[in-house]
Design a protein around this ligand. Structure first.
Ligand code: MTE
Length: 332
């Protein structure tokens, strides 16, 4: 994000406009059944299928990660899914380089097994959790979230995971824990980007405890019905849909519960440009560009009209209360 040219935020690879076939066909089927007067039966079929099956067509590249459709309010936008090719080919993962194509090219060397995360700090039950155990900790859900990058582009991605609050509950935070810090992998052997001083490594992110406990905050293991591609943060990452994408750390290795607001990587690198909260807010511009609009990768062309960015990325009904009484121009 620091390496700026006006190109950086808005250039994207020639994208296909291919509709997500699974969603399209199921919607068509529902409409057809309803037109035939079988609305009740159609809805029952729809609901039961949605409860068990992934909406996204599986790309069939990586191991399947089955999930039930999430029933959480706000967790399943019906917007058109971003094509898997774009979601896994146009990435920010600076540990592998700053070009959007670098993560897909270089992250394949990332060793993701064995993997564990350590949970430390102000909790009653600290410990190390092996990936295998984390995968079984709570039922996997598919959540279709909008993802808005601070650079001005967005995607709609069917993630697979469960609320981070499930893990937080297990480790029992102490009353003194006010923030949660996420430390991601910094492995010089597999991550060529670490030789660059664009950020202090490891990549560090953080949330207020109540933000981390919000059910929309997703501990994410997969996307499009499969385990995460390495360039998207395998084997596990965070997805916080109402905040700019950089708040969602990839390839997390440590979670620390702390009393003071953590010094997160982007705030340390450029405090005048990036705030700790970084809630998506069309009314608060980045010092060098507007945040009022965005381009949906694969849909909104480079020279076309941008779509409007929504307050809290469209999740205001779910998360607005977290910030009641706060001046969001001050706490940006
Ligand atoms: N996590 C790590 N460890 N390193 C990064 O460079 N980039 C962030 C975030 N998480 C980043 C990271 C940014 S700027 C964005 S927009 C999202 O990851 C992009 O996620 P995606 O590539 O899966 O769309």
């Amino acid at each position: 994000m620091l390496v700026k040219s006006s190109r950086d935020g808005f250039f994207h690879p020639a994208s296909s406009d291919i509709t997500s076939a699974g969603v399209y066909h199921r919607r068509r089927e529902l409409l057809r059944l309803m037109a035939g007067g079988a609305a009740g039966a159609a809805l029952a079929t729809w609901a039961s299928r949605e409860a068990h099956a992934s909406q996204a067509p599986r790309p069939g590249k990586l191991a399947a990660l089955p999930a039930r459709a999430s029933a959480l309010p706000g967790a399943s936008t019906v917007e058109k899914l971003t094509d898997y090719k774009d979601a896994s080919g146009y990435n920010n993962f600076y540990e592998f380089g700053v070009d959007k194509a670098d993560p897909a090219r270089y992250a394949q060397a990332l060793p993701t097994s064995p993997w564990s995360i350590s949970v430390e700090g102000l909790v009653r039950k600290p410990g190390t959790f092996a990936l295998e155990d984390l995968l079984k900790l709570a039922p996997m859900e598919e959540r279709i979230y909008r993802m808005r990058c601070v650079e001005g582009w967005s995607m709609v991605i069917p993630w697979v995971g469960y609320s981070l609050s499930e893990l937080i509950r297990k480790v029992e935070p102490l009353g003194s824990a006010k923030y949660v810090e996420f430390v991601t992998l910094a492995d010089r052997k597999s991550m060529p980007g670490l030789s660059s001083s664009v950020l202090d490594w490891p990549y560090l992110e953080g949330l207020r405890l109540d933000e981390a406990q919000h059910p929309l905050t997703l501990l994410t293991f997969g996307m499009y019905g499969e385990v995460l591609p390495k360039q998207n943060g395998a084997p596990l990452r965070l997805v916080v849909p109402w905040k700019y994408g950089f708040k969602s750390g990839k390839s997390v290795v440590k979670i620390r519960f702390v009393e003071k607001q953590p010094a997160t990587s982007w705030v340390v690198a450029a405090p005048q440009e990036y705030g700790f909260y970084s809630n998506v807010n069309p009314m608060v511009d980045h010092p060098r560009w507007s945040q009022a609009g965005e381009r949906r990768i694969g849909e909104d062309g480079l020279f076309g009209k941008k779509r409007k960015t929504l307050m809290f990325n469209g999740y205001e009904a779910q998360v607005g209360q977290l910030y009641a009484g706060m001046d969001l121009r001050k706490f940006w």
